[in-house]
Design a protein. Structure first.
Ligand SMILES: C[S@@+](CC[C@H](N)C(=O)[O-])C[C@H]1O[C@@H](n2cnc3c(N)ncnc32)[C@H](O)[C@@H]1O
Length: 300
């Protein structure tokens, strides 16, 4: 038994030294990711792409990138594996309370405006969308701050839609279980209210409480789709640290589709390095990296 294990691990090591990603294969991957996800991987990311896919090749028992790509990109059976390929090559870094000034702006400035607007139109529900939500931290942060702000406002409800293209990130988001150190940015007072600690202290895990999980709906959605197919108009869209991976043309089209999806006077929050400067859009800047759709009646 032990002998076989040693044999296997030696085989894998020699594979990992032997397999290398050729330029033509890299170009196929770059073309696929650009078309499918809108992300421009540069040829300088050769080592990164090679490294990220190597483990997957081993898991599936492939000993060349060429045969793996042939299966994934050229056969109908490879369709499901494309999800793993996308997963391996997207960047999913996120945090609770990332760029916290946005959550303060949402509660102190945007929310009163939206509530005023909704009161006059009779709308009782706020629709919020975390687009490119990764493993859910942004969506749950929104749920915590909105619940804190609105729990005493009788009759006003909110719901959050959180979407991403990465299956593994969405799986984590849905279970809502995180290593305890991840919640350091969450203020202590609200940790106690919304988070559950694992009964087994050795695990050092936390889970979002059911009251919060119920407010967030996770779904798979590729932002490159021409039509988002969402029934509800959004009051607020957070799409932060996603646009940075797209070229100007893709970014502009996406912003125009976000604008359509927003109610008049609705807000779009983008990441700190994702200004809409130079893009053809009617969205108006109202605070750093926060934009508002005109109401059509002279709102700046
Ligand atoms: C760096 S994370 C940002 C997460 C979160 N918004 C934040 O700011 O912390 C970028 C996310 O965008 C997602 N993404 C990239 N391209 C996408 C696309 N075409 N459609 C949907 N999601 C996409 C990735 O899977 C990843 O989870």
């Amino acid at each position: 038994m032990r002998w076989w294990k040693v044999q296997n691990s030696q085989a894998i090591r020699s594979n990992s030294n032997g397999i290398s990603l050729q330029k033509a294969e890299l170009n196929r991957i770059i073309g696929f990711i650009d078309k499918e996800v809108g992300i421009q991987l540069s040829a300088s990311k050769h080592t990164l792409v090679e490294g990220r896919l190597r483990r997957r090749l081993h898991q599936l028992g492939y000993n060349s990138y060429k045969t793996y790509l042939k299966f994934v990109l050229d056969t109908p059976e490879g369709r499901h594996e494309r999800l793993h390929l996308v997963d391996a090559l997207t960047t999913n870094k996120t945090d609770f309370f990332r760029e916290p000034v946005h959550f303060k702006y949402l509660v102190d400035d945007a929310l009163p405006e939206l509530m005023k607007q909704n009161k006059s139109s009779g709308r009782r529900e706020l629709h919020v969308w975390s687009a490119g939500c990764s493993s859910g931290e942004e969506a749950y942060t929104l749920a915590m701050v909105l619940n804190e702000a609105l729990e005493k406002s009788v009759g006003i409800r909110f719901n959050i839609l959180a979407t991403d293209i990465s299956k593994s990130s969405l799986d984590t988001a849905k279970t809502a279980v995180y290593p305890e150190h991840r919640i350091e940015p969450v203020p202590l007072s609200i940790r106690k209210k919304y988070l559950l600690r694992s009964r087994n202290p050795a695990e050092a895990l936390v889970q979002m409480g059911p009251n919060l999980r119920d407010r967030v709906r996770f779904a798979s959605l590729n932002l490159m789709n021409r039509n988002f197919n969402l029934t509800e108009k959004m009051d607020v869209i957070f799409c932060r640290n996603v646009l940075i991976y797209f070229n100007t043309e893709t970014r502009e089209k996406l912003i125009q589709r976000f604008e359509k999806q927003l109610v008049p006077g609705g807000y779009l929050f983008v990441g700190h390095s994702e200004s809409l400067n130079g893009l053809d859009t009617d969205m108006r800047p109202v605070s750093p990296m926060v934009y508002r759709k005109p109401t059509g009646s002279g709102i700046q």
